[in-house]
Design a protein around this ligand. Structure first.
Ligand code: GRF
Length: 207
């Protein structure tokens, strides 16, 4: 089993789903730590509940984006991660940071990429009148929200939806699809070919 580090900025419901899966499936020993860029992130309490070490690297303590990325990267590197899972981590990471951890960064985004990159995805989906919306787990590349897609799930958009009701429906799918992808990355079962990817079933990955 390899090492996992999780990055958060907020309430940490995806963090919780991953830690719950890790506990239930017996891979908690991979979880090296949770790092937040905000001292008030609710996810820090989630991590503590699971007995996972936490650290805060506050972006507000640094004069530049580069200095923050360097400090965050050093804190992550000290934990020797093979996989770094962004769980609602709300800072854009610079190209140097992404290059430093190339292939090891995974993110969950609340839309069916490549539609609705960036922020306010649920409100924008409603504005555009789409009938289906969803969530995406992807590897992080230097192009924002455009890395290789590892998993997606769709949800219907209902006539009376608000951004909040749509977000709540999509979030359930986030919690369902993110943990198995993180586990597959830890187990070396992910294959990429440009933007195309495939996740091998658990029994097939050993040569
Ligand atoms: C999720 O909707 C995720 O897709 C987005 O930020 C939100 C984080 O929620 N990147 P949580 O902190 O995991 O509850």
């Amino acid at each position: 089993m390899k090492n996992l580090v999780l990055l958060i900025s907020g309430r940490g419901s995806n963090l919780q789903s991953i830690l719950q899966a890790a506990r239930e499936q017996g891979w908690m020993e991979s979880v090296r730590g949770v790092i937040s860029n905000r001292a008030d992130a609710g996810g820090l309490d989630v991590a503590r509940t699971f007995g996972v070490p936490t650290q805060i690297v506050a972006h507000t303590d640094f004069a530049s984006r580069e200095a923050f990325d360097q400090a965050l990267g050093d804190a992550i590197a000290a934990l020797h991660p093979d996989v770094i899972a962004l769980c609602g981590f709300m800072r854009v990471l610079g190209a140097a940071f992404v290059a430093r951890f190339a292939g090891r960064l995974v993110n969950i985004h609340p839309s069916l990429l490549p539609a609705f990159t960036g922020l306010h995805t649920h409100a924008r989906a409603l504005e555009e009148g789409v009938k289906w919306h969803g969530v995406t787990v992807h590897l992080v590349s230097s192009a924002l929200d455009h890395g290789p897609i590892l998993a997606q799930a769709v949800v219907p958009v209902l006539d009376d939806d608000t951004p909040q009701t749509l977000a709540a429906r999509a979030l359930l799918e986030e919690h369902r699809i993110y943990p198995p992808v993180v586990r597959a990355l830890l187990e070396g079962r992910v294959r990429t070919d440009g933007l195309r990817t495939r996740i091998l079933p658990a029994s097939e990955h050993l040569l």
